[in-house]
Design a protein around this ligand. Structure first.
Ligand code: DC
Length: 234
């Protein structure tokens, strides 16, 4: 058991099993969730990767997303395996390793599109709850605190201005040697925020009992520190 988890155990008298971290894209959720999960010895559940994997399969199968039957057929047979790693999770869909392929900006937009479909949300919500039932997870996404784990005792909403998120994403891509246009990235971020927040089912929003953190001016390490302090306080 990690020191941080011990601290939580002693203050609370029990192990908190589910911590939710929601927020818009590019707000640092993944980095924060990964570090937090490592510190607590918890499993990091990246639900965005699940939507990306379904989007990837839909594209590979040429599924018409406006056709309910086609979506249903794809979902009936889809096999999704997530293996948490030190870095991004290993994601296998229908036997194919898509871990890297799903990380592009394009797949982010595709994921956003499939995530608005009720059948897809139902399927992935079930899967996420099955994983969550094992406990000791840091669940990251858009609707972890509002829908999937609405009873979770600890909920956080990680926000940052769209400009700050675009700036960070541009730097990240440039560090990887990739070409990145900040204005284009900002436009994509705003488009995805709008789509995720305005959809009918499980829209992106903070749960009423979530603690909102504006990470615009705070490093990921300090956000984690703040979260661990909040957990220990409760
Ligand atoms: O976190 P991400 O960028 O990998 O997520 C990709 C898309 O998946 C995001 O734009 C909306 C969708 N998503 C969702 O609707 N619900 C979640 N819990 C996680 C992601």
């Amino acid at each position: 058991m990690s020191n941080a988890e011990c601290a939580l155990l002693t203050t609370q008298g029990f192990i908190m099993t589910i911590i939710t971290i929601d927020g818009p894209s590019g707000g640092g959720k993944s980095t924060v969730s990964r570090i937090l999960a490592q510190q607590l010895g918890y499993t990091y559940l990246d639900t965005g990767a699940m939507y990306r994997a379904v989007g990837w399969q839909a594209q590979a199968d040429n599924v018409d997303l406006t056709n309910e039957e086609e979506v249903k057929t794809m979902l009936a047979t889809i096999q999704l395996e997530m293996t948490p790693g030190d870095d991004d999770a290993k994601v296998i869909v229908n036997g194919q390793d898509v871990s890297s392929a799903i990380r592009s900006a394009e797949m982010g937009m595709v994921a956003s599109r499939v995530s608005a479909l009720p059948q897809v949300r139902q399927k992935l919500t079930e899967l996420q709850r099955q994983i969550g039932a094992k406990g000791r997870i840091v669940a990251e996404g858009r609707d972890m605190g509002t829908v999937v784990f609405s009873n979770a005792p600890h909920k956080f909403f990680l926000d940052a201005s769209a400009h700050e998120r675009a700036k960070r994403r541009t730097l990240q891509l440039q560090e990887k040697g990739e070409k990145a246009d900040e204005r284009e990235i900002l436009a994509q971020i705003e488009q995805r925020d709008h789509a995720d927040a305005s959809r009918d089912i499980a829209p992106l929003k903070a749960a009423s009992d979530a603690i909102t953190i504006d990470s615009s001016q705070i490093s990921a390490e300090n956000v984690v520190k703040f979260i661990v302090d909040q957990l220990a306080k409760k």
